[in-house]
Design a protein around this ligand. Structure first.
Ligand SMILES: [Zn+2]
Length: 172
């Protein structure tokens, strides 16, 4: 959606009153006719990769066709016992995305040098690339298994982004 359209939609919302405004919040500003989209995209909150993450999903052909969820650690947020509130948020938001937009897939985009991973594991992996990749793959595998159990109808794909914005698919 272009920013002009979004601003216009927001200014209309300003006139619509509180109740109508709340209703709009639950409705995508622009959606396909059926309200069905492809995926939910999960990223870390990290400010360094916000634009790269958007370009990544654009590159998958998902421009304005994915629900966006940003939680510190991405895959880690979903399953780490260190972040119970993020765990709850992940599974709640996934259910909402599924109910509202009938997503078929969850695409998880972790990134290297992730602060949340450092908090959870007490170690920085940036200097040990293979070890860092393995750590993400292990967490992703845990998430994949939990997704398969709780949402067997959803596909899952996992990627790891470097700080230069390039992403590699992680087979789990
Ligand atoms: Zn991060």
């Amino acid at each position: 959606m272009c920013s002009t359209h979004r601003e216009h939609a927001l200014s209309r919302r300003a006139f619509a009153g509180l109740a109508a405004g709340a209703a709009l919040m639950l409705t995508p500003l622009r959606s396909t006719a059926s309200g069905v989209i492809e995926a939910m995209g999960v990223t870390c909150i990290d400010y360094r990769l916000v634009d790269d993450a958007m370009r990544f999903f654009d590159g998958l052909g998902l421009t304005n066709e994915y629900d966006e969820l940003a939680l510190a650690g991405a895959s880690l947020a979903a399953v780490s016992p260190k972040f119970p509130k993020a765990n709850a948020a992940f599974w709640d938001q996934l259910a909402i995305s599924k109910n509202l937009h009938h997503i078929k897939k969850v695409i998880v985009l972790d990134h290297r040098d992730c602060g949340a991973y450092k908090v959870a594991f007490g170690k920085a992996f940036a200097a040990a690339r293979d070890e860092e990749t393995a750590q993400h793959a292990k967490v992703m595998k845990t998430l994949k298994a939990k997704l398969a159990k709780q949402h067997p109808d959803l596909e899952a794909a996992f990627y790891l982004m470097a700080l230069d914005g390039t992403a590699e698919k992680i087979a789990v």
